[in-house]
Design a protein around this ligand. Structure first.
Ligand code: HSE
Length: 404
């Protein structure tokens, strides 16, 4: 490691951009300096004091500056982020990014660009805020033993569910507070509908199993339709409802992945993961389970992860994506059976859905529910029906059920 100061060109000065600005100032051993900041609007009031001479609205002022060693890209707009990151990589400039939507959509191309131009893109901050999940999956879990990576990957929905479930708060108030606290996306439907968790799961899966799956091929169901009756049901059963993303090896040759609310029993690690915290359980053949826990959203926790990537660049760290070239990579499948709770009122769920086995049905004029098995591929097929406003669905976990 050398002590040469690393000169950063920063794109974006929003919640996380401001966080990295103040974290770099206080990190004594970072030997990093922000040399230029590209923003959309020079006059926008910000919560921090920044020398106006650092600010520019022209990306080229950073991209073409030969004195800049590293680009930190923290802009909200996924298309603008894609344009900047791909251009920087083409010019051989290493990039640290936190834009999970952009990375999840374009990862194969971004990997190719890194290879072709001999440079690096690091993005630990894109998944689970302050938890170093990507680098650990990439380096430590570089073996054939991984069976499952599962967890709470979205701080905002976990915050909302905790406030509603444990503190009896109103859903809309909890969402507004998650926005105020800087946890939620600028379009919070991304959090609520599970897309943010999905993007993180896609990135995690590349580093866990070496396989990339496109967002549209993965079943994603959020918490938008949760209702008091679901919370009452969960309380009666002594479980919590959490939004859970998971990638699971279902055989030597196959794995599956999906994002869904889940009934979480008290003996599970993620049961106690509340508020904006994230929790990731990594399961493997020889070590049973390991658990990573930490703040998954917010300015400073996410900035701490960006700083780790910045410091990693000081010794030339890059992801090697070794697993992607391993022989016999598992294939993605949606041909698996899940057990689900589906609450409904007007939609005739039991007639319209191809349920494989029904274990329990409760009917009343206000709200009914069914507990049944259904194929994941059928959940994909009937996605529109399942998002009807009178329906809410929860996964009842069956994988590794008796291992805890
Ligand atoms: N909106 C995201 C969340 C921010 O709530 O987890 C961190 O990725």
């Amino acid at each position: 490691m050398n002590d040469k100061t690393i000169r950063i060109g920063l794109f974006g000065l929003g919640t996380v951009g401001q966080g990295i600005f103040s974290v770099i100032r206080r990190a004594r051993n970072a030997h990093a300096e922000i040399r230029r900041i590209c923003v959309r609007n020079l006059d926008k009031p910000r919560g921090i004091e920044v020398d106006p001479a650092l600010l520019t609205t022209r990306p080229e002022d950073i991209l073409a500056d030969p004195e800049i060693d590293l680009i930190v890209e923290l802009i909200d707009d996924a298309e603008a982020s894609y344009a900047i990151v791909t251009e920087a990589l083409r010019r051989g400039i290493p990039v640290v990014s936190g834009n999970k939507a952009m990375i999840a959509r374009h990862l194969p191309e971004l990997i190719e660009l890194q290879r072709k131009h001999g440079t690096a893109l690091l993005y630990d901050a894109s998944s689970c805020g302050s938890i170093p999940v990507i680098r650990n999956l990439e380096e430590y879990y570089d073996n054939d033993l991984l069976l499952e990576v599962k967890g709470i990957l979205n701080g905002s929905t976990n915050y909302i569910l905790s406030r509603v479930f444990d503190h009896g708060e109103n859903y809309d108030d909890a969402l507004a507070r998650a926005q105020q606290l800087g946890f939620a996306e600028s379009d919070p439907s991304r959090d609520i509908e599970g897309l943010d968790s999905l993007f993180k799961l896609i990135i995690i899966t590349v580093h866990a199993l070496g396989v990339y799956v496109k967002p549209e091929d993965i079943f994603t169901y959020g918490i938008a339709n949760i209702h008091d009756s679901d919370i009452r049901y969960a309380r009666e059963k002594r479980v919590k409802i959490k939004l859970v993303a998971q990638v699971v090896k279902v055989s030597e040759e196959q794995f599956t992945m999906f994002v869904m609310p889940e009934f979480v029993e008290k003996n599970r690690y993620i049961y106690s993961v509340d508020d904006e915290y994230n929790g990731v359980v990594i399961r493997g053949e020889c070590y049973d389970r390991q658990f990573m826990f930490g703040k998954g959203a917010g300015s400073l926790p996410t900035a701490s992860s960006i700083l780790s990537d910045v410091m990693a660049r000081r010794y030339g760290y890059r992801y090697e994506y070794r697993k992607m070239s391993y022989a016999g990579l598992p294939h993605y499948t949606t041909d698996i059976t899940l057990r689900v709770y589906i609450r409904y009122s007007t939609t005739e769920v039991t007639r319209l859905l191809p349920l494989r086995a029904i274990y329990e049905v409760y009917t009343s004029t206000e709200s009914s529910y069914v507990i049944a098995d259904i194929c994941l591929a059928d959940l994909m097929k009937y996605r529109d029906l399942l998002t009807a406003p009178d329906i809410f669905m929860c996964n009842i976990p069956m994988f590794f059920k008796d291992d805890d």
